[in-house]
Ligand binder design. Sequence first.
Ligand code: UDP
Length: 191
Amino acid sequence: LPVLVGGVAVTPYESVQQLLSDVIADDGKVVPGMAIAINPEKVLKAQNDPQTHAILAQATIPFADGIGVVKALQKKTGKKCVRIAGCELWLDILKHSVKHQSKVVLVGAKADVISRCNDILTKQHVNVVAYQDGYFDNEDIVFDLISETMPDIVIVALGSPKQEKLIAKLRAIHNNALYMGVGGSFDVLTG
Ligand code: UDP
C-alpha cells in the first residue's frame, strides 16, 4: 500500500520482483495502470506545483527512485525497501513481457533512436507492435496508433511533464494497458 512522502503517495517495495508481480500477474497478463518513478526532485516540485502533484497522484505504481525517498519510506514503515531505477525497470518489464508476447508500443525520442530501440528489443523477442518518434506535429498520430494496436504496454519517452500529459490522454482512450514514462531512456539504450 502507498505511503505519503512529503505529500506524495509512494509504494514501498522490498524487491524489484515484488513490483514486477504488481505489473505482470501470475497468468502473464499485464495489469493496466501507470508506473512513475518518484525521486526527491519530483516530491519537492509537487509541493509547489499542483499540476505535478496531480500527475503523480495518477500513478498506480509510484515507486521509489531515489535514496531520499527510500529512507523516508523506511522511516515511516519500519521495513526495508529498495530503490528501483526507472531507467532499468522499463527493460525488466519488457523482458517479463516476452513469455506471453504482450503487445508493446514505444513512443518518443528521435526517429533513428526509436528505430534502433525497436531493433534491439525485437532481437530480444519483445513483441513491439508499433513505434513512433517523439517529434510529431499532431498527437492524433499516437491516438490512432494506440486505437489500432490496442497494446498491453506503452512506454513513452518525451521527458517530463510532456510524457505524463500524453499518457493521461492515452489512458482516456485506451485504459487497458500499463503506461510508463521513461525520459531519456531510449537514448541510453541505444547509447
Ligand atoms: N523528446 C521527444 N520529443 C520532444 C522532446 C523530447 O521525443 O518533443 C525526447 C528526447 O529525444 C529524449 C527524451 O525525450 O529522448 C527525454 O528528453 P530529456 O532528456 O530532455 O528528458 P528527461 O530525461 O530530462 O526527462
